[in-house]
Design a binder for this molecule. Structure first.
Ligand SMILES: [Zn+2]
Length: 503
């Protein structure tokens, strides 16, 4: 039987500072070796000071993965020599004297199968090595310590996966779970990384490291299973080793013989005392825990009667689920006929004709909950790539802006896509861009005819061809729509073009 286990490294990207010093946890914005201090590069005499918030975030992850949490946690030194590790040891957690890392014996259910979580530990990220050219042939290796000391949580599973597909489903669930908890932004490069352990019947365990994406990990595991099975079938021993994924050749290659635990010579980190976790610590965090994706999903389906597909999309996306609640909380539908007009409560309360429905009324929930759900889903395609660029607040504002502009009715998604695609953060702001756009449909026939004439002049070849190939007419309609930034009525445009082709 094939056995697969995972070690997932999750950076706590939402923290301000590194794990043991006040350097920035967001190392990505710095030029090389500009985000370092004596502590994170381990200069003699420097002392680590544990980041309390990191312990809180790690506890939240531990609780969300149904782990047991010990009363006291301890830190250990894991010794190894590698240029990305300035201290020659990594401060991490280890269960030498019973469980002392932030979580153990957890589980999550993946497609009905229980995947056990062996351990969750807090540790520091090493620096980064940058090779000039290909890593095997390079003469020069550069090292950047900006990342050294960044807070990480390592999640170690039991070898409970039986095939690469289960791994993929698990990782997708984990990504959603971590981003829902607000501990990590999985869209950031290197924020989530995973190594895999693979063994087949009659062979030893092989570790796969340095896989840059979850997608590649799935491919690497697939390759390893085939390679190992073929060795066993031919009576050749599968050596216990670490292998690297070669992205170019799409194979795994032997990296080094696998270190045993004893090679790391773990010992207690004497500069950090044992830390007692009080019941107060857990209770406070339990209160702050966001609703799980399943709880959100259930609530949307029962309270608002959102259909299961839409409900799942909204509840798995933190920004969408927050937007849903925020828009619902501020939405005041002025009348049945103007159902997409969502305006804020203060405005509504001063408007004599607007009567605010009771947001707690079950029928109001169903009616407006569904409208908001459709609105979110309708803009989801356009916003999916875009949301990576915006923080949650900006994202919600954009959604509110789009909803108030009645974009759904007024400008086609292609135009919205165009705006978002060309949008550069901070200059100018999105609301300024929206202000400059004329959303009114073109009603003046003179303007219209002129635009059609322009397109006919620019697309002379297409016009000639369209006489024998009616499909080309759609192309011309598209050109006119583009010129008007979607403000033309497509049917009217089509009629005009047809008429002009006849003449
Ligand atoms: Zn530092």
């Amino acid at each position: 039987m094939t056995k697969i286990g995972l070690e997932i490294h999750c950076q706590l990207t939402n923290l301000e500072s590194k794990l043991f010093c006040s350097c920035k946890a967001n190392y990505r914005e710095f030029s090389p070796n500009a985000n370092i201090c004596p502590i994170c590069v381990g200069l003699p005499g420097s002392l680590p000071l544990l980041n309390k918030k990191a312990v809180e975030k790690a506890t939240i992850i531990s609780m969300a993965l149904n782990c047991k949490t010990p009363e006291k946690i301890a830190f250990f030194r894991k010794n190894y020599f590698y240029p990305d590790l300035p201290k020659n040891f990594q401060i991490t957690q280890y269960d030498a004297y019973g469980p002392t890392s932030i979580g153990h014996d957890g589980k999550i259910i993946v497609e009905g199968k229980e995947i056990r979580i062996r351990r969750i530990q807090i540790e520091e990220d090493p620096g980064r090595l940058i090779y000039e050219g290909e890593s095997e042939k390079t003469q020069i290796t550069l090292v950047d310590y900006n990342r050294a000391g960044t807070p990480l949580v390592e999640i170690v599973t039991e070898p409970d996966f039986e095939n690469p597909k289960q791994v993929r489903v698990f990782l997708n669930i984990l990504v959603d779970l971590l981003s829902n908890l607000g501990v990590s932004d999985p869209t950031l490069e290197g924020a989530l990384r995973s190594d895999g352990n693979v063994s087949v019947d009659g062979g030893n365990k092989v570790e796969i490291k340095n896989v840059s994406s979850f997608h590649d990990l799935e491919k690497a595991i697939h390759f390893e299973i085939t390679r190992q099975q073929s060795l066993v079938e031919r009576g050749i021993e599968v050596i216990s080793e670490t292998r690297q994924w070669d992205d170019r050749r799409k194979i795994t290659v032997s990296a080094r013989s696998k270190e045993e635990e004893s090679d790391y010579r773990y010992f207690l980190e004497g500069d950090i005392p044992w830390i007692k976790l009080s019941s107060e610590h857990f209770n406070k965090l339990k209160e702050k825990m966001p609703k799980s994706i399943n709880e959100k999903d259930e609530r949307l389906k029962t309270e608002f009667q959102i259909n299961p597909q839409e409900s799942r999309i909204i509840s798995t996306n933190k920004k969408f689920s927050e937007s849903f609640d925020e828009i619902y909380a501020t939405c005041v539908p002025p009348s049945d006929t103007d159902k997409f007009f969502l305006t804020s409560i203060p405005e509504a309360s001063t408007h004599p004709e607007l009567k605010r429905p009771d947001p707690k009324d079950p029928n109001v929930k169903i009616k407006y909950g569904n409208e908001i759900s459709h609105l979110l889903i309708n803009t989801v395609m356009a916003l999916q790539n875009f949301q990576k660029m915006l923080d949650t607040k900006e994202f919600r504002e954009t959604i509110a802006l789009i909803s108030s502009l009645k974009v759904k009715d007024m400008i086609p998604m292609t135009v919205l896509n165009d705006i978002l695609h060309n949008y550069e953060k901070n200059k100018p702001s999105l609301s300024e861009i929206f202000k400059t756009i004329d959303f009114k449909k073109i009603s003046d026939i003179g303007t219209f005819v002129k635009l059609v004439e322009e397109v006919f002049a620019e697309e002379a070849d297409a016009v000639k061809e369209s006489k024998s190939n009616p499909e080309i007419i759609n192309y011309l309609v598209g050109k006119v729509m583009k010129k008007t930034k979607g403000r033309a009525d497509p049917q009217q445009t089509l009629d005009l073009i047809k008429e002009k082709l006849k003449s």
